[in-house]
Design a protein around this ligand. Structure first.
Ligand SMILES: Nc1ncnc2c1ncn2[C@@H]1O[C@H](COP(=O)(O)OP(=O)(O)O)[C@@H](O)[C@H]1O
Ligand SMILES: Cc1ncc(COP(=O)(O)O)c(N)n1
Length: 279
């Protein structure tokens, strides 16, 4: 990965800069809010382009408003024309029109791209139009450096049922070899037993495992994980190390998650700080 931005004026150190293109969560656990908190925690300069404003909390999604396409395009132009971007991620991209404008902007860019193929919130509410999932796979997936599906998302992307560890590995390989993702990280949060994720990088399979934490507070885990990977990539960390460090980060965030709200509470983005672990 290249890391070639000029120094910001007056600065003596090079600042890693990461962008998230996603929807919002006013309750602060998922979406843009989770991404920016994660970037900040990992000492990465965070930027955001908002695709949809989502009224949601720990119990579910109450309403969704999609930002007009021209305004999404303007936001993309604002950051891409002026700011250094060392890595970016996409989260919620609700429909084909939004996907198109993003695809146009990012194709041809030589910047690490992490796609969290968000389809359904932890609460079960849909976050993407059903007919847009095919467009996502055909047009955005081949532009990625890494895609991070959970089990239901990997099932959609591959068209296969995934109920074993072997099927998870096969899915990771298929998403890269057949559908053209740069790499695929199939996450095992929705399986039983250890929380095991498999990364296929185009040559080898890598395993990332952590003890399952018994908690209902997993709102925003996928957003936090993919944002952490993006932050590490923006710092020039290799893909495999970025996933390993991000796995430690998200595991700590779940371990020290908060019982806030009546539903599935948010992860703790500052969990790795000493004062948080003592809470
Ligand atoms: N209860 C849990 N204990 C430990 N790790 C978990 C738990 N639930 C999810 N994870 C991990 O959190 C990350 C997000 O995974 P997952 O829940 O599958 O994604 P998503 O939030 O997109 O549904 C993965 O590394 C997964 O293994
Ligand atoms: C705007 C937005 N993007 C993504 C998610 C998925 O979050 P989760 O990790 O809980 O599935 C969400 N709830 N809201």
């Amino acid at each position: 990965m290249t890391f070639t931005n000029d120094l910001p004026k007056g600065s003596t150190t090079q600042v890693p800069c990461a962008l998230t293109i996603a929807g919002t969560d006013p309750s602060g656990g998922a979406g843009i809010q989770a991404d920016l908190k994660t970037f900040q925690e990992l000492k990465t300069y965070g930027m955001s382009v908002i695709t949809s404003v989502v009224a949601q909390n720990t119990t579910g999604v109450q309403a969704v408003h999609h930002i007009p396409i021209e305004m999404i395009e303007q936001q993309l132009n604002s950051v891409f024309s002026d700011m250094p971007i060392h890595a970016f991620k996409t989260g919620m991209i609700a429909n084909e029109d939004i996907m198109k404008v993003i695809a146009e902007k990012i194709s041809g860019q030589d910047i690490s791209y992490v796609m969290d193929p968000v389809m359904v919130a932890t609460s079960g509410d849909p976050l993407i139009a059903k007919n847009a999932r095919y467009f996502l796979r055909q047009n955005l997936l081949p532009l990625t450096s890494l895609v991070t599906p959970n089990i239901p998302e990997a099932e959609y992307l591959t068209g296969e049922t995934i109920d074993t560890v072997e099927a998870m590995k096969d899915a990771a390989v298929k998403i890269v070899e057949v559908f053209g993702a740069g790499a695929a990280l199939v996450k095992g949060g929705h399986m039983e037993g250890e929380a095991v994720d498999f990364l296929y990088d185009g040559s080898n399979l890598h395993t990332f495992s952590a003890k399952r934490i018994h908690t209902k507070n997993t709102h925003g885990t996928g957003c936090t994980y993919s944002a952490a990977i993006t932050a590490y990539l923006s710092q020039g960390v290799s893909l495999i190390d970025a996933v390993g460090k991000a796995k430690d980060f998200v595991t700590a965030a779940i371990q020290h998650s908060f019982s806030l709200g009546a539903g599935s509470g948010p992860t703790n983005h500052w969990a790795t700080r000493e004062e948080s672990v003592k809470l």
